[in-house]
Write a protein that binds this ligand. Structure first.
Ligand code: DP6
Length: 321
């Protein structure tokens, strides 16, 4: 029986999306900019499920009972491919799942890539983006390698700003906890949209942050990119924390790590951080400083795992028969 496997990588946002449009189609209310990483990956295999009349999804070997996230993408793609198949989907991550490491983005992007190949579809980028967005608002960015701009004013078009070889920065992910998050991004961002007193400010500043990050990336100016990335990250966490009830994704180790990043910067290293809906700290840095940064963080904080990765590429099909 035909089987197809594809791999996609997570992406980490420098200018973030936190909040959806008031529609039920999972549309982000703002534009975002991200870096697709390498070495961390979601690998998704699809087969036709001939044993029962239902789709089945296994993540890291465990069957998911709730398919509500992936069903809209399946339906969208099935309509285009004119397929009535029920699917067996197996998706594995080589990194912690649901702990703020963008596993939903890489998971959905690898599924869409596998589906397209499995049914010999030749989708255009906007159909791929639509299929991804229905599964996760940040997933379209994982369709593209390097530095990516997702423009909400232009149909969520995703453009590569720079490719991997243009600016080969390193990314160090400081793991502060591998526990799955208690509040999903989806639930959290809806609470923020409805209750945070600074949510409008967050929406209003998006354009300014996008323009400033676009300029710094095009100029490969790490100092300017540091400023806008950290300002955007801090504001997003203020939006989360000012929501009612308050949503806290950072923990004590996250703060310890930030202090050490400031110390490293004060001693001349070129690095900056970003934090998503989870407690992990992602450091983006000049590769020349990576080893010193890792050593210092391990010595000065209680962190004992750092994933060292780099700027990565778009998804690929790895097996088809
Ligand atoms: C903090 O894309 O995971 O990582 O659309 O509900 O799947 P859903 O949410 P998701 O949210 C991403 C939030 C973020 C910021 C970002 O990646 O832009």
């Amino acid at each position: 029986m035909k089987e197809t496997t594809a791999i996609a990588h997570p992406n980490f946002a420098l200018v973030k999306y936190w909040g959806k449009k008031e529609s039920n189609q999972n549309r982000p209310a703002m534009s975002s900019i991200s870096i697709t990483v390498d070495s961390m990956e979601s690998k998704t295999t699809i087969n036709e499920n001939t044993a029962s009349k239902k789709h089945r999804l296994f993540i890291n070997g465990k069957e998911e009972s709730d398919l509500s996230r992936i069903l809209p993408s399946i339906d969208y793609l099935s309509k285009i491919s004119k397929s009535n198949d029920y699917l067996l989907i197996q998706s594995d991550n080589n990194f912690p799942t649901s702990s703020g490491l963008a596993s939903s983005a890489s998971g959905v992007a690898s599924f869409v890539t596998a589906f397209e190949a499995h049914y010999d579809m030749d989708l255009n980028l906007s159909d791929r983006i639509e299929a991804c967005i229905l599964g996760s608002g940040s997933a379209p960015r994982s369709l593209i390698g390097g530095f990516v701009f997702m423009d909400h004013n232009n149909g969520y078009k995703c453009n590569q700003i720079l490719k991997k070889s243009d600016w080969p920065l390193d990314i160090l992910i400081c793991i502060t906890s591998i526990k799955p998050k208690k509040i999903s991004s989806r639930v959290g961002m809806e609470i923020s949209r409805e209750t945070s007193p600074i949510y409008q400010q967050w929406l209003d500043i998006n354009n300014q942050h996008i323009n400033s990050a676009l300029k710094s990336i095009r100029e490969k100016n790490i100092v300017d990119l540091s400023k806008v990335t950290e300002e955007n990250c801090e504001l997003m966490h203020k939006v989360m924390e000012s929501s009612i009830p308050s949503i806290q994704y950072r923990n004590g180790l996250t703060q310890e790590c930030i202090i050490e990043i400031m110390n490293l910067r004060a001693s001349g290293h070129r690095l900056f951080y970003t934090i998503d809906a989870g407690p992990q700290v992602k450091i983006i840095c000049d590769p020349k400083s990576s080893e010193v940064i890792k050593k210092r963080i391990m010595e000065e904080t209680d962190i004992n795992e750092i994933i060292h990765t780099r700027v990565g590429e778009s998804p690929r099909v790895v097996y088809e028969n």
